[in-house]
Design a protein around this ligand. Structure first.
Ligand SMILES: [Zn+2]
Length: 302
């Protein structure tokens, strides 16, 4: 393919293209992160109302009382257009350029001057930088494109979990299957067996951990989304990556969790989302897993 040859002979241009593309993707991720949880909650609400009106009679449950929850205006990833949350001003194309618009608007809505969170450009910029890192490590090949999709997924999942303590199935499951498919097609660098065992082991390890946690504390400590996220990482990176991912996420999670409790006085009964730690541990072991293992083996003198 021509573009591949061109990219290979112009690596800087390749990285720059990935950077620009990923800035745009980062802007889309902002939409995904904000809207998917709202879309899910609407769906659940409608399901609950439907279920209760089937189960209970009119006296106990009058569905008309809840009709306004079902007949809300259309809301998905493309409709309605993005608006300023304060004044409802519709964001124009010029105001929607990743990072640059935020800088030119000086972090303020052009109509009502209310401030726009720095989180949006930060997510755009981190998406672009992490993507360039992946492109740099893996070079010009189809597998790199797949790994970019994985990177974008991990960013979206981390932020959604951070905001809402949800890891939506409609993101984790398709990407889990995609990981296995890439092994079937021989695009990914790991064998089908490694990928399938990775998915199974990823799920079951955390399932055992969560069951034991439940037995000991009589509380649900870990959401089902975490199990599926580790299955996803196992499918993409192979079962051999799982020990490192678990170690890194538990390590970072413990440090952040303990510092939150000590320094911010956070109530230790408030659940801390585990998804962002799993996702970052997965990303780290994708890029540096081999080096970290080598370093550890050298330390241990093996
Ligand atoms: Zn406004």
């Amino acid at each position: 393919m021509n573009i591949f040859v061109y990219f290979e002979s112009n690596p800087e241009f390749f990285l720059f293209s990935v950077f620009l593309l990923s800035l745009l993707v980062g802007s889309f991720l902002n939409v995904v992160i904000y809207r998917i949880p709202i879309m899910l909650k609407r769906e659940w609400k409608a399901d609950c109302i439907g279920f209760l009106s089937d189960e209970l009679d009119q006296k106990e449950f009058n569905p008309e009382q809840y009709a306004h929850h079902i007949n809300e205006e259309t809301f998905n990833l493309s409709v309605p257009r993005s608006r300023c949350p304060s004044c409802g001003h519709k964001i124009t194309a010029l105001e929607n350029i990743p990072v640059l618009s935020w800088l030119f608007l000086k972090a303020k809505c052009s109509q009502c001057q209310s401030s726009i969170s720095i989180r949006y450009p930060i997510i755009e910029l981190s998406t672009a930088l992490l993507s360039v890192l992946v492109a740099y490590y893996f070079g010009v090949q189809w597998y790199t494109l797949a790994l970019l999709v994985l990177t974008w997924t991990l960013i979206a999942l981390s932020m959604i979990d951070f905001d809402t303590q949800l890891l939506p199935d409609n993101i984790t499951l398709p990407i889990l299957w995609l990981g296995i498919l890439l092994s079937v097609l021989g695009i990914s660098s790991i064998s089908l067996m490694t990928s399938v065992i990775g998915a199974i082991a990823g799920y079951l390890i955390l399932w055992f951990v969560s069951q034991i946690f439940k037995l000991v504390t009589k509380k649900d400590g870990m959401g089902g989304g975490d199990l599926k996220l580790l299955a996803l990482l196992g499918a993409w990176l192979g079962w051999q990556a799982l020990p490192l991912i678990l170690f890194l996420s538990a390590f970072v999670g413990a440090i952040v969790g303990i510092s939150l409790i000590i320094f911010l006085g956070r109530d230790k009964n408030i659940p801390i989302p585990f998804g962002p730690y799993l996702a970052s541990a997965g990303f780290i072991s994708l890029l540096w897993g081999e080096q970290i293992k080598q370093f550890y083996f050298n330390l241990a003198g093996i």
